[in-house]
Write a protein that binds this ligand. Structure first.
Ligand SMILES: Nc1ncnc2c1ncn2[C@@H]1O[C@H](COP(=O)(O)OP(=O)(O)O)[C@@H](O)[C@H]1O
Ligand SMILES: [Mg+2]
Length: 216
C-alpha cells in the first residue's frame, strides 16, 4: 500500500488540531498506520524553532524575512526526517498545517511575493506535496472567539501569531481561499463554522474518496 499525505489548513480557531485528532482516530479504525505531525514542529529542531516563532523564546523581534525562513527550515526538517520516510513505508501522514500555511500567512498575510514564498518552500519540501489538503474555512470572528474561549478554559494567552490583528488574519483567510481556487484537485474546502460532527463527517468523506481512489 502506498503512503497518503493529508494536510489540514485554515485560519486560527478553524478546528485544525481538533479535526486532525479525529481524523487520525478514524484512519486508525480503518486499519491504516498513521503518523501525525504538526507545524511548526514535529522534530526536535522544529519544536525549538516553534518556540522561537510562537513564544518569542529568542527574546528579540523577529523580522518577517526571518520568520519566513524559519518556517521553511522547520518544514525541511520535518519532510526529510519524518514525512518522506513514513510515506515510503506506506503510512498515512496527517499534518496540522503545511506549505499552504506559509503561502497564506507570509505571502498573502505579510505581503511577500507569492512566487518567492513558493520557491523557498519548494526547496524545503523536495517535491513532497500533500495528496489532499482539507481547508477548514471559518470567519475570523468565530475563529477568534473559539480560541479566546478555549484559552480562558486552560489559562493560556494568545501567541505571537494570534496577536497579529484582524486585518492580517482576514488576508490569510482570503489567501487560503485563493490557493484552493488555484488547486481544486488537491483542496477540499469545508465550512467549519458548523457543528463539529458535521465538519468531521465531511472531512471523512473527502479522505474516504482518496482512500477509495488508491484502491481502484
Ligand atoms: N465546529 C466547531 N464548533 C465549535 N467549536 C469548535 C469547532 N471547531 C473547533 N472548535 C473549538 O475551537 C477551539 C479551537 O480549535 P482548534 O482545533 O484548536 O483550532 P486550530 O487548531 O485551527 O487553531 C477548540 O476549543 C475547539 O474545540
Ligand atoms: Mg491548532
Amino acid at each position: 500500500m502506498s503512503g497518503i499525505f493529508i494536510s489540514i489548513e485554515g485560519p486560527e480557531g478553524s478546528g485544525k488540531s481538533t479535526h486532525a485528532e479525529r481524523l487520525i482516530e478514524r484512519l486508525k479504525n480503518a486499519g491504516r498506520e498513521v503518523v501525525a505531525v504538526r507545524e511548526p514542529g514535529g522534530t526536535n529542531t522544529g519544536e525549538a524553532i516553534r518556540n522561537i516563532l510562537q513564544h518569542n523564546s529568542a527574546d528579540e523581534d523577529i523580522y518577517p524575512e526571518t520568520e519566513t525562513l524559519l518556517f521553511a527550515a522547520c518544514r525541511a526538517q520535518l519532510v526529510h526526517a519524518v514525512i518522506k520516510p513514513a510515506l515510503n513505508e506506506g503510512k498515512c501522514v496527517v499534518s496540522d498545517r503545511f506549505i499552504d500555511s506559509t503561502v497564506a500567512y507570509q505571502g498573502y498575510g505579510r505581503g511577500f511575493a507569492i512566487k518567492d514564498i513558493i520557491d523557498i518552500n519548494k526547496f524545503a519540501i523536495s517535491g513532497i506535496m500533500p495528496d489532499l489538503t482539507i481547508l477548514l474555512d471559518v470567519n475570523i470572528e468565530i475563529g477568534f472567539n473559539r480560541i479566546i474561549e478555549h484559552n480562558q478554559k486552560i489559562g493560556k494567552e494568545l501567541d505571537r501569531m494570534e496577536l497579529a490583528g484582524k486585518e492580517f488574519h482576514e488576508k490569510v483567510r482570503d489567501g487560503y481561499l485563493e490557493l484552493a481556487k488555484q488547486a481544486p484537485e488537491r483542496f477540499t474546502i469545508i465550512d467549519s463554522s458548523r457543528d463539529l460532527d458535521m465538519v468531521a463527517n465531511d472531512i471523512w468523506e473527502a479522505v474516504s474518496n482518496l482512500l477509495q481512489q488508491q484502491n481502484d
